[in-house]
Design a protein around this ligand. Structure first.
Ligand code: 13P
Length: 252
């Protein structure tokens, strides 16, 4: 399976800096056999697109959407609007949105379903907290998050979806999950997918890891069985460092 690396800018870079980031990243030498995407704040998507020009790498992703088609939902952006703009992917259920915006599994399921219905690849983020891991509940918690989030998804479509396992305690902490523990979680997640879609189909769904991924540890994740890519925050804010990270993701 082709690996996928996504840069998540989070709430960084308005249109001016977004354009500059894309132009700088376009100068980077990139590995051919890796899909690369960048998740951009809504207002910066047009500037990112303009700076991309005819280039198709990185693919553009949004960081969130709303599930309804249109109507009285002040402040929200629908999947159909993102489709009209031409966004290829969209994150949903990032732990920061679960924590700061009160997003529930049910909301995340509806967002993912709406994205897939509008031909946008949902990247569903799941993850355990430090307390849950300490109590030994992490597998149960994450499996339940995945089962809830995929409730409205289909696997027999041209629009796949991606699961991003991001342990909350590893995000921005400089304390990444050791690859073997991430692998164990990815196996558990694939089990949930297999239950709904069958084993063969579940093998085709990308499960990526996020949480303190950097230029030094990326290769270990990418070469660990069952880890199909990475979702990168801090180490991707500098376009040259993200270029370096993408190159470091494939064995020399
Ligand atoms: P860091 O790479 O900064 O730990 O962030 C991970 C993340 O939350 C990406 O979505």
């Amino acid at each position: 399976m082709k690996k996928l690396i996504i840069s998540n800018w989070k709430m960084n870079y308005g249109p001016i800096k977004a354009g500059a980031w894309i132009r700088a990243f376009r100068r980077e030498r990139l590995p051919k056999d890796v899909d690369i995407a960048v998740a951009v704040p809504f207002v910066s998507l047009p500037a990112a697109r303009a700076s991309l020009g005819r280039a198709s790498i990185p693919a553009l992703s949004a960081q969130d959407c709303f599930w309804a088609e249109e109507g009285a939902y002040t402040g929200e952006i629908s999947a159909s609007m993102l489709h009209e703009f031409g966004t290829e992917m969209c994150l949903v259920g990032h732990s920061e949105r679960r924590a700061f915006c009160g997003e529930t599994d049910d909301m995340i399921a509806k967002k993912a379903g709406s994205l897939q219905a509008h031909n946008i690849v949902p990247v569903i983020c799941v993850g355990d907290t430090a307390v849950q891991r300490k109590k030994g509940e992490h597998m149960k918690v994450v499996k339940a998050q995945v089962a809830a989030a995929i409730a409205m998804l289909k696997a027999d479509t041209k629009i796949p979806f991606v699961i991003a396992y991001e342990p909350v305690w590893a995000i921005g902490s400089g304390k990444p999950c050791v690859p073997q523990d991430a692998r164990d979680m990815h196996v558990a997640i694939r089990g949930v997918l297999a239950k709904k879609f069958g084993a063969t189909t579940s093998e085709k769904i990308r499960i990526i890891y996020g949480g303190s991924v950097d230029t030094r540890n990326i290769l270990e994740y990418m070469t660990t069985m069952g880890i199909d890519g990475a979702l990168v925050g801090g180490a991707s804010l500098d376009p040259r460092n993200f270029g370096l990270l993408c190159r470091a993701a494939v064995p020399a």
